[in-house]
Design a protein around this ligand. Structure first.
Ligand code: MF3
Ligand code: CO
Length: 258
């Protein structure tokens, strides 16, 4: 979509997005606490659906199906080890040493919040810890660049530099996006790029930033379920995401409890 269709949100809309974001943070905290050996994706998905309903909100991902895809069945995306994103919750029990990305969309009063984290199950390998730490650090470096007058390329470059410096595979096919009444609004936010190029950032933009890195090569493939994206070489991958608003004085992270 052309960048000219970027939606600038009013103060009132940002207030609603802030509420959707807070609920997202609360539900994510419950999910994070529930991650343990023996727990399944289906357990976590049921927990998410419950926690969302309790708050009078809706699971954004349920039924999502752009471009003829089968409607997405879960409230969360649940992607273990070499599964990168969009994994469908299943009945396999988590094992000590796995790393799992949990992605959650919460819609409240018609406004969407989209956020994800990756965490270890029990004790994980040092290289998996590093991958998670660096992927998350790149997200915060990207957020730091999200201020009026900067460019979209400043965000992308700040994220990508972390992956590059670590020698990780930097995923090309997926990235961040605008968020609002729709989960996916323009612009696309690449996780690599050059500073000072692209769309000029303005107050009122709301973006989901979502770096994804892998220990091995960057190539991904979609599995037969038409959703799950995995690393072609089977390497471990990590994914973190927050929804942020660009305000006059800089970024505000909406998907956190403040
Ligand atoms: N954060 C993910 C994204 O922006 C959410 C995918 S939702 C699903 O792609 F419904 F497609 F699973
Ligand atoms: Co997203």
């Amino acid at each position: 979509m052309p960048v000219s269709t970027v939606v600038i949100k009013s103060k009132d809309e940002i207030a609603l997005l802030r509420e959707a974001g807070r609920l997202n943070a609360e539900v994510r905290a419950a999910l994070r606490e529930a991650v343990a050996p023996g727990v399944t994706g289906r357990d976590l998905d049921m927990l998410a659906k419950d926690e969302i309903a309790k708050r009078g909100a809706q699971p954004t991902f349920v039924g999502y199906g752009p471009g003829g895809r089968p409607p997405y069945p879960g409230a969360i995306c649940y992607s273990v080890n070499d599964n990168l994103v969009h994994g469908i919750p299943n009945d396999r029990a988590l094992r000590e040493g796995d790393i799992v990305s949990i992605d959650l969309g919460v819609t409240y009063k018609g406004y969407v919040s989209d956020a994800a984290f990756t965490c270890g199950v029990g004790k994980v390998a040092a290289e998996a810890e590093d991958l998670m730490k660096i992927t998350e650090a790149s997200l915060w470096a990207g957020i730091e660049q999200a201020r009026p007058g900067n460019y979209l390329g400043d965000i992308s470059a700040a994220i990508g530099r972390w992956g590059e410096d670590a020698g990780y595979g930097i995923i090309q096919e997926y990235g961040g996006h605008g968020v609002g009444r729709d989960m996916h609004e323009p612009p696309h936010v690449a996780n690599f790029g050059r500073p000072g190029v692209g769309y000029k950032l303005k107050a009122g933009m709301v973006l989901a930033l979502e770096p994804m890195f892998a220990l091995g090569r960057h190539e991904t493939e979609e599995m037969a379920d038409h959703w799950t994206v995995r690393m072609r070489d089977g390497s471990l991958s990590a994914h973190f995401e927050e929804t942020i608003a660009i305000l006059d004085d800089g970024p505000e992270v909406l998907t956190r409890i403040r």
